[in-house]
Design a protein around this ligand. Structure first.
Ligand SMILES: [Fe+2]
Length: 241
């Protein structure tokens, strides 16, 4: 099980506050049988360069790994932890150098977060430009949150981007509108990812492993077990597995 969108790294964004929280979050993910995790701290282009973001994230990962070893000296086995970013689509993003540093490591995936303040036609164009500059593939984070907000006009524009993929948050797996859109993407052959977008160990905690089995049943019933398996297999392939 892949959790492609998490804020598990300690003390670098509004996610995990410290290494203790990160360790607890990781314990929960292991209990839930997540075996591949992308740490995707928020990236705002006015705060840091992509390279600085990568260095900050790697340093936070190293602090986490140290803390993990202290708490679990007997068991250093961890799910694979990749570093990436949740890249906020702000209109100055196209001027950053080295946007490739924002890809999820070992992949060409770039997780983009659209603004909630209003849709603009430059948003898909910007994602296209930045992903193109980085040789990356755009993945739109928690697309479920924008469906009511922006509607079909936006999803049509995003769907037209080459290589585009869509990510749904686990708290949308019961939402009829989100499911309808997810099914339509699957039917039309778009890559779909699932994620917890976890921010802590208590509030917005890792829950993909507890939510996904029900979604799996729904997809298997709507389509077939082989369709579910194909969606999941494609996720691993896109993660370079
Ligand atoms: Fe997030």
């Amino acid at each position: 099980m892949i959790d492609i969108h998490t804020h598990i790294l300690p003390a670098i964004d509004d996610g995990s506050k410290n290494t203790e929280t990160s360790v607890r979050m990781m314990e929960m993910m292991i209990e839930q049988k997540v075996d591949l995790i992308a740490a995707t701290p928020h990236y705002y282009c006015l705060d840091a360069t992509p390279r600085e973001h990568r260095e900050i994230a790697e340093a936070a990962r190293d602090r986490f790994l140290e803390a993990w070893k202290e708490v679990h000296p007997e068991n250093a086995e961890l799910p694979e932890l990749r570093i990436g970013a949740e890249i906020y689509l702000a209109n100055s993003l196209d001027s950053v150098a080295d946007p490739g540093c924002l890809k999820i490591s070992g992949t060409d995936l770039m997780l983009f977060e659209m603004p909630f303040s209003g849709y603009h036609e430059w948003i898909p164009r910007l994602a296209y430009l930045v992903a193109g500059k980085a040789g990356g593939r755009p993945v739109f984070a928690h697309i479920d949150r924008y469906l009511d907000l922006y509607g079909r006009k936006v999803t049509d524009a995003l769907e037209a981007l080459p290589g585009v993929a869509f990510q749904f948050n686990s708290d949308s797996f019961e939402n009829r509108g989100a499911l309808k859109y997810m099914y339509s993407l699957i039917k039309r052959g778009y890559p779909v990812f699932w994620a917890s977008d976890c921010h802590g160990a208590h509030h917005r905690s890792p829950d993909l492993g507890t939510s996904l089995p029900d979604l799996r049943k729904k997809i298997e019933k709507k389509f077939s077990p082989s369709v579910y398996a194909a969606v999941e297999e494609r996720q691993y392939r896109l993660m370079g597995k």
